[in-house]
Design a protein. Structure first.
Length: 243
């Protein structure tokens, strides 16, 4: 499909700009239709009783310009990696910057190694989100401090696609609390050190996603060793423990 778009882009001067625009619109409509069908399927998918080792996860991370999407902060990059149960599928990854005409602060640039001019030449947010949906499909999403990711995905999906973000996101703390109930708030660095995971490419969306996937694998293994067979059993146990 991308090759076809490039071909029509090359000849659009001969055919007129409306032709290429119309083709793009048709392509985007097809992708939006895919997402809407996907959201309907998600409502009917019963994942709580699926054995943990059979679940499909996409572990993801966002680098953002700040912490408050409703106040104008935005997604700078998205990184993600696929998992099947406790297996990290390292050759199935997703990473991209998102286009922005607004400069980012020196502090954020230093932290993420992302430069303003890189964002100016990056793909449009709408296209990135459409590609991300194609990548994650019906997978359960996993993130560290997932409220941050969820808030930005909800805002971005509405701003760029006019759709609501309805994918299930599970926070790493969901499993961590099974074996470390006293842990309330913890950084990615703290958890990596606790699990013996090498801290590498920190504050890069794909680097953080890969470390989060290793954390998820570590605690998913622990959950299975403790006898938990599916997400429903974990939810029920945690509900009783915190009541």
């Amino acid at each position: 499909m991308n090759e076809m778009i490039q071909y029509f882009k090359q000849i659009s001067g001969k055919l007129g700009s409306n032709f290429y625009t119309g083709f793009q619109d048709t392509h985007n409509l097809q992708q939006l239709s895919f997402i809407r069908n996907l959201q309907k399927e998600l409502k009917d998918t019963k994942v709580l009783d699926v054995p943990l080792h059979e679940l499909n996860f996409t572990v993801f991370d966002l680098e953002t310009s700040g912490f408050f999407p409703e106040k104008g902060d935005r997604i700078l990059s998205i990184g993600a990696v696929k998992m099947k149960g406790t297996t990290i599928i390292s050759d199935q990854t997703f990473y991209t910057l998102l286009k922005s005409e607004h400069p980012i602060s020196d502090e954020i640039s230093l932290l993420t190694k992302i430069q303003t001019d890189e964002l100016q030449n990056a793909p449009e947010g709408k296209e990135v989100l459409l590609q991300f949906y194609q990548f994650i499909k019906r997978d359960i999403l996993v993130a560290h401090h997932s409220k941050h990711e969820k808030a930005f995905m909800q805002k971005s999906c509405w701003d760029h696609l006019k759709i609501r973000f309805v994918h299930r996101i599970i926070d790493t703390s969901f499993l961590i609390r099974l074996s470390n109930p006293q842990w309330k708030s913890f950084s990615l660095d703290d958890i990596c050190q606790e699990c013996g995971i090498e801290i590498k490419n920190r504050h890069h969306a794909l680097g953080d996603a890969m470390m989060t996937a290793q954390i998820w694998r570590y605690y998913l293994n622990k959950a299975q060793e403790m006898g938990f067979k599916n997400l429903r059993e974990v939810y029920e146990y945690l509900a009783k423990s915190y009541n």
